[in-house]
Design a protein around this ligand. Sequence first.
Ligand code: SF4
Ligand code: SF4
Length: 320
Amino acid sequence: MTFTETLRKFVLDVAGADLCGIAPASRFDKDDPIFKIYPEVKSVIAIGFRILRGAVRGIEEGTTYYQYTTMAIECLEETVMPCAAIQVANFLEDNGYVALPQRKHQHFTAETEETNPEILHDYIRYGETAEVQMNVDDAAVKCGLGEKGLHGRILCDEFGPLLRYQFILTNAELDANEMYTPHLCDKCGECVKACPGKAIAEDGKVNTWQCAAYYAGANGTKNPFMQPTAYADFDNRLDIIAGEAKVDKELCGKILDATVFYPPIGKGHAYRSSICGKACDTACYIHLEEKGVLTKKFKEKFRKRPEWKFDISDFDVIKK
Ligand code: SF4
Ligand code: SF4
């Protein structure tokens, strides 16, 4: 068995990852942040973890919501994946190589004009770390973990878009994965249609301010916790609740300040509870499952009944 094969076995069997991808550093541009983070890097190892279907189930049915934010985001990002990354890094260093785990720094955005919907907006430091933060989605593609779908999410053969990942940089020269030849995203547009806040343009570009507001539940027709009098101080409250409002950075902050239907995950990690549950990803997953292209099969289809929705007239109770 080669060292790369032994390492892959460790990643999957001991560290518990669902997927292991490897890219040579030469696949990255010379000015890529990986070379600032670790100038001697020779290989980038991606460890991929599935998002449980069970964690998405409650939002699909309109029953439980916390599980998505806890099990599909916080637990993976803050516990499961860092622990696995450290185990893999220890394994590499036990074998005489240098290894450095890397993850998405959730509280920092590289751009001032974009946000991270997963984090409480007033905890985010905008426009920092561009130099020293890996572009994790591009790295996932380079490591052969999956392909980029229309709305920017990484899609893999096993789990579609229900996947998260972290990385280990190392000076070990490893045998690389092939990159995906794109074959999953057929540009069906289901991700665009599914967004409760029209945050995804036809070309797949995501307006992250719009996304942040609706990720948190600003669309009342898809939010079982919203009161009929929600957003009473907003002139365009029914547009907001219907998912029709145009949301820029300023309005996003105001909407999020008034979006308190469901508590966030503590101040430590500052994860905002998701009400949309990434409906874009769920729609994509359902589409790929219906096409029969996902290799991880289940005994039942994910979508069992027509999608539910409240009526916008339920919120038309404030006369100005
Ligand atoms: S929903 Fe369709 S268009 Fe969107 S990423 Fe998935 S396959 Fe591509
Ligand atoms: S479905 Fe949710 S996560 Fe996806 S773009 Fe819309 S608001 Fe954002």
